[in-house]
Design a binder for this molecule. Sequence first.
Ligand SMILES: CC(C)(COP(=O)(O)OP(=O)(O)OC[C@H]1O[C@@H](n2cnc3c(N)ncnc32)[C@H](O)[C@@H]1OP(=O)(O)O)[C@@H](O)C(=O)NCCC(=O)NCCS
Length: 354
Amino acid sequence: MRRAEFAQSSAHAVELLSHAAVHHLAGVTEAGEPVLKTVHGVVVDGWLCFHAAPAGEKTSLLRRPVVVGVEEVVAQVPSYFTDPERACPATTLYRAAQTHGVLEPIDEPTHKARVLQALMEKLQPEGGHRPLTAEDPLYAPAVRGLLIAGLRLDHVTRKDKLAQNKRPAEVLRLVEALWRRGAPGDARAIGFVLAANVQTPTPSFLAAPSGFALHPHPGHGWAEQVVELLRGTYWNDVFTDDDVRRAHEGSAAWVGATDREGRLVASARAVSDGGKHAWVYDVVVAPELRGRGLGRALCGLLLDHPAVRRCRRVWLGTRDAQRLYASFGFVPRSALPPRPYATTEMVLLRGPVG
Ligand SMILES: CC(C)(COP(=O)(O)OP(=O)(O)OC[C@H]1O[C@@H](n2cnc3c(N)ncnc32)[C@H](O)[C@@H]1OP(=O)(O)O)[C@@H](O)C(=O)NCCC(=O)NCCS
């Protein structure tokens, strides 16, 4: 591996180790007993650290070589994606990272408290407690009593299995099959597979106007960017930035377009019950980029998203973009034949009327 590639892969490995909910710690005790434990790890100052009871099994690994691993299943790939009969092509796509080193005890109280506070910030990011410090009498006994151990992140390796061994045409077929299957996580998996295989031709469902890329799943930092994109839109006048952010994060489908710099320039989302109804909301294109086909491409992707595609009815409201939606087959509700019964649309308002 070239130096730059290694540096990048090592940064990715640290990122995966930092974000993993749990870590598997393995080693062999002095008595030759193999030990495998699951710990809540946190990365602090270039060390992967965790806490434990001072008399527990993990102490038998102190000052001994250990390995810590994390993994995340990205998608199960069934054999019939590539072969209608043979079971052999069945596989799992995953992201994994490992680090090797000597497990060291961390004894210095300030350092111990920093690790514990970092663990709280990771596992309880909403706060709701007094910050942990070594001097605080509320925490001093716990800081003294707990074992904090860690290993320096000097030797980290990342192993992602994201179809990098396949030819571009095969990766394309895989991505198309994942999109057609549309199981939970498949839209996200497509993003990982395409990012790991940049030579792959653009799948037709992600065809975008030149200079832009369509994404079937939200990427890093989209929550902040979409709030800016939607600022001032007429239908969001009664909602706060936080409402808008949470609405996007809670949507069954959220698609977007980025420019060459990776900036989110168009976004659309839908909530869905997966069978009967889906509702399209917050379709927006950056003002300076309107009229180039981004809105149309994005709507096409959203309507084809598995969470929306399988719904019998897709709803939306618009003040002036009727022509855009009519081109996909939307009709005004008033154009439908009346139902044999009358219903009253009702709403429970929490916040200002709008
Ligand atoms: C509506 C919007 C998403 C369309 O995106 P876009 O990238 O400009 O649209 P496209 O270039 O893909 O054009 C798609 C078609 O919609 C039409 N269209 C786009 N915006 C329109 C509007 N406001 N009124 C009428 N037609 C519109 C275009 O003329 C084009 O039709 P054509 O192919 O027949 O010429 C974009 O203009 C936007 O962000 N507007 C402000 C936010 C908004 O109103 N969102 C919709 C809420 S329901």
